[in-house]
Every structure is written in structure tokens, then in C-alpha cells.
Design a protein around this ligand. Structure first.
Ligand code: PMP
Length: 356
């Protein structure tokens, strides 16, 4: 039976990425060695990291002055690195969920944190809007896609202070105006690669403005100066990321992805709205994520919740269980998920409705 992978992350990758990674594991760039065992200093791997860096910036459409580095430690490590690199005294955070809250907790270790806006009052099921951003902040931190709740800020906001965005779960899903951001970062394990690498895109001239002493690994300048090779990078994962970026470019880039993502999400949200058994977790359409589509059982049919999960799983739907803090279901519809998987899920939802 064909499996449809709706997992929130690590998550579905393009077949091209998996096939090319397998080839490189067997024989990397004609070296007769596996990419698992070659030196990161080999000329073949240096070519990989250089191409991955330039393609990343190209696909994002980053203007001059921005650099990308690939580092370890996950997005969670960046929660502590960001304030160390950018916070002199005070930073603002928009609290839109668990990940934003974790970022806030780390930032508080290094200075004052202003809670600029929050959607905590409604279990993070909306995107705060209309708030005032104080102009004396060293930076404002936002999370553009809230993987757990299924909310997404799908526009680039105007911000009077340097804007730092966690784009772990929506990088490359739509065109963005990079010039509006001081830094964009995220774990790779959704739209880019297997877990194990973190991307950091940063406006270089904003670095080096804080007085605190930074350990080498914490200072983004270290990684920029060394082309992501200050220490041994996760070579295989970066190779996979490069393959995904090649696939993305070949598909037509982020504009095409956005169109496909809108179509896929539209099909699923329409069915959630139409089907008497389900209700969307996020009511405002403009706040609904195109990457993580969360829905719960209509309260009148709550007793069917566990049956639907088994029903769908038995029909090849994988990774649909919602996060425990929301409950219900979450269908992650990342770039690599084909439209046919969304249609298959809709068919299963309709079949379940007919049988109840
Ligand atoms: N931010 C967001 C929006 C996430 O979805 C996640 C992970 N799911 C993280 C941060 C944490 O990433 P990591 O596991 O790479 O530390």
C-alpha cells in the first residue's frame, strides 16, 4: 500500500533527494568513496557546501550583504545564539506558541524581553495583529509558521527594528522579501533535509555590535568567515539539502511552490469545512498555515476521534496525529508532499463520513 507522509518533521522529502543521497552514500561524486566517509575538506565536499550556500541565497532571492551558514544544534540552539549575537539590552518577542515560548525563555538569560504580542489567550490558534513594535528594541523575534497549532504569518511584516524570524517549518514555501529581515533561521527537517542541520541567513553588517564576549561557535561571524566549515559540518545532511534545493529550482522555485501549497491546503481546508465530522483548529482563514493543517473532531462526534486515526492509518495515511497540546489531527503538507496525497486523505475523510 502506498504511504502518504503527513508527518510534521522530520517529514516527507522529494524522492529526488532520497535517491541522490543514496547514490552519494554508495559513490560520492565519482570518488569511489561514500559521502559517509569522505573528508569535509575534500574538494568534492567543498564544492557541495559552496553550491548549497549560493543556491540557498539564490532561491530565497537574498540581496547582497546576506550570508547563509549551515550549523548543528537545531533551531533550539539558535534560541540562545540569537540574543547573544544581537541583544544589547532589550529584545521583543511575539509569542505564537511552544517554539516562540522556548525562544523567549532562552533570550531572558541575556537581557530584557518584551512580550510584544501573544496568542496564548486562545491556545495560540491565531496570529496576533495590530500590535505596536517599540522602536527601542535591539530586535524583534517572530515565528512565521507555528508547526504545532497550524497558524502561519504569510506576509513579511514592516518592522522598525531588526527582524529575526524562525522559519523552521515554512522556509522555501513562498517568496519572501529577505531585505525585511535581519536574520532567518530554522531546522532543516521539514522543507529541506533530514534532521541534523540548521540554516542561518543573516545580514552581515548587523553582527559584531554587542559588547559581550562570544564563544567562537556562538559568534555567527566565525561560521561566515569559515564558510560553515569552522568545525565538521553534517556533510550528508547538507548534501541532501543541496539535492532538495536543486529539486526546488527545477520545479520552478518558491513561486511555484507557493502556488502548489495554496492549492493543496485549499483542497484540505475545504474538506474540513464541508465534512460534518471535522472542524478546523484555526478559524481565521488568513491565519491558517499552508504547511501544517490542524483540525479536530466536531464536538458532536468526539467519540469517533480515535477511530478516525486508525481508519486513516489503515488506509496508508501516516503521521496524522495532532500534537498533544492541540489534540485532533495535523496534516503537514510541506513542499515535497504531492497533491495526490492530499486528495487521498480527502477521500479517506469522505469515506469515514459516509460510514458514520
Ligand atoms: N521552531 C519551529 C517552528 C519548529 O517547528 C521546531 C521543531 N519542530 C523548532 C523550532 C525546533 O527545532 P529543532 O528541533 O531543530 O531544535
Amino acid at each position: 500500500m502506498k504511504k502518504h507522509n503527513f508527518s510534521a518533521g522530520p517529514s516527507i522529502l522529494p524522492e529526488f533527494t532520497i535517491e541522490e543521497t543514496i547514490k552519494a552514500i554508495q559513490n560520492f561524486a565519482g570518488t569511489g568513496l561514500s559521502i559517509l566517509e569522505v573528508s569535509h575538506r575534500s574538494k568534492e565536499f567543498e564544492a557541495v557546501i559552496e553550491e548549497a550556500s549560493s543556491l540557498f541565497l539564490e532561491l530565497l532571492g537574498a540581496p547582497a550583504g546576506y550570508k547563509v551558514v549551515f550549523v548543528g544544534g537545531g533551531a533550539s540552539t539558535q534560541f540562545a545564539y540569537i540574543p547573544q549575537n544581537f541583544m544589547k539590552t532589550k529584545a521583543g518577542y511575539v509569542n505564537t506558541g511552544v517554539w516562540a515560548s522556548k525562544a523567549i525563555k532562552e533570550a531572558k538569560l541575556f537581557g530584557e524581553v518584551v512580550d510584544v504580542a501573544s496568542s496564548k489567550d486562545k491556545n495560540f490558534n491565531y496570529i496576533p495583529r495590530g500590535y505596536t513594535i517599540p522602536t527601542d528594541l535591539d530586535y524583534l523575534h517572530i515565528t512565521t509558521n507555528n508547526t504545532i497549532y497550524g497558524t502561519e504569518l504569510k506576509t513579511d511584516i514592516d518592522c522598525p527594528v531588526p527582524l529575526v524570524a524562525d522559519m523552521s517549518s515554512d522556509i522555501f514555501s513562498r517568496p519572501i522579501d529577505v531585505s525585511k529581515y535581519a536574520m532567518i533561521y530554522g531546522g532543516a527537517q521539514k522543507n529541506l533535509a533530514p534532521a541534523g542541520v540548521t540554516f542561518v541567513v543573516v545580514k552581515e553588517d548587523l553582527l559584531g555590535k554587542v559588547d559581550r564576549v562570544l564563544p567562537s561557535m556562538v559568534d555567527y561571524r566565525t561560521h561566515i568567515e569559515n564558510g560553515s566549515m569552522f568545525n565538521t559540518p553534517p556533510c550528508v545532511i547538507i548534501y541532501s539539502a543541496l539535492m532538495t534545493m536543486k529539486w526546488l529550482k527545477n520545479m520552478g522555485g518558491v513561486e511555484v511552490m507557493q502556488r502548489k501549497n495554496i492549492e493543496k491546503a485549499g483542497i484540505l481546508y475545504n474538506e474540513i469545512e464541508r465534512n460534518k465530522l471535522f472542524v478546523p483548529n484555526v478559524s481565521l482563514e488568513e491565519d491558517r498555515s499552508l504547511m501544517n493543517i490542524t483540525f479536530v473532531m466536531n464536538p458532536d462526534y468526539m467519540e469517533l476521534e480515535k477511530y478516525f486515526l486508525t481508519f486513516a492509518t489503515n488506509r496508508g495515511m501516516d503521521g496524522l496525529k495532532g500534537h498533544r497540546s492541540v489534540g485532533g489531527f495535523r496534516a503537514s503538507t510541506y513542499n515535497a508532499l504531492p497533491r495526490e496525497s492530499v486528495e487521498a486523505l480527502v477521500a479517506v475523510m469522505q469515506e469515514f463520513e459516509r460510514s458514520h
